[in-house]
Design a protein around this ligand. Structure first.
Ligand code: MG
Length: 159
């Protein structure tokens, strides 16, 4: 059996706004996240982890930020493309694990909704999808609430 692991990492800075998109869920917040797309930092890390497992580059390769057609794009387009690449290569996604790193907004109360949102986009059971969070103990840019970071890991299987 061919088993592949990939990791992804992403950061987006806070800016003006009244909500953030995180793992497919619109979360009310007193700031927004700046980005070329909807700046869904969790979904970007997850999408990059898939591309990493397949050794097929990263989001920037498939969806260049210089291309105006992706301005303001819903990040599910990126994740759906990555899931399509998994299928095209004959793999299945065994599980994924996303960690959001921020002081606020609080992720715990919305993590179940994020798992459900990702499950719908990915066509998987939510039991294969983990979304969790940590703070950085008020240290660094996440601790100063200048932005949100996310890391993700995926495992792919080819039967
Ligand atoms: Mg990003």
């Amino acid at each position: 059996m061919d088993i592949r692991t990939g990791n992804g990492f992403d950061v987006h800075a806070f800016g003006p706004g009244d909500h953030v998109w995180l793992c497919g869920v619109r979360v009310p917040h007193h700031r927004g996240l700046i980005g070329h797309s909807d700046a869904d930092v969790g979904m970007h890390a997850l999408t990059d982890a898939i591309y990493g497992a397949l050794a097929e580059g990263d989001i920037g390769v498939h969806f260049p930020p210089s291309d105006p057609q992706w301005k303001g794009a819903a990040s599910r387009i990126f994740l759906e493309h990555a899931m399509g690449r998994i299928a095209a290569r004959g793999f299945t996604l065994a599980n994924c694990d996303v960690t959001l790193i921020c002081e606020r907004p609080k992720i715990g109360p919305v993590a179940p909704a994020m798992r459900e949102a990702l499950a719908e986009i990915m066509g998987l059971g939510a039991d294969r999808i983990s979304v969790k969070a940590t703070t950085s103990e008020k240290l660094g840019f996440t601790g100063r609430e200048e932005g949100i970071a996310a890391i993700a890991t995926v495992t792919l299987l080819q039967a």
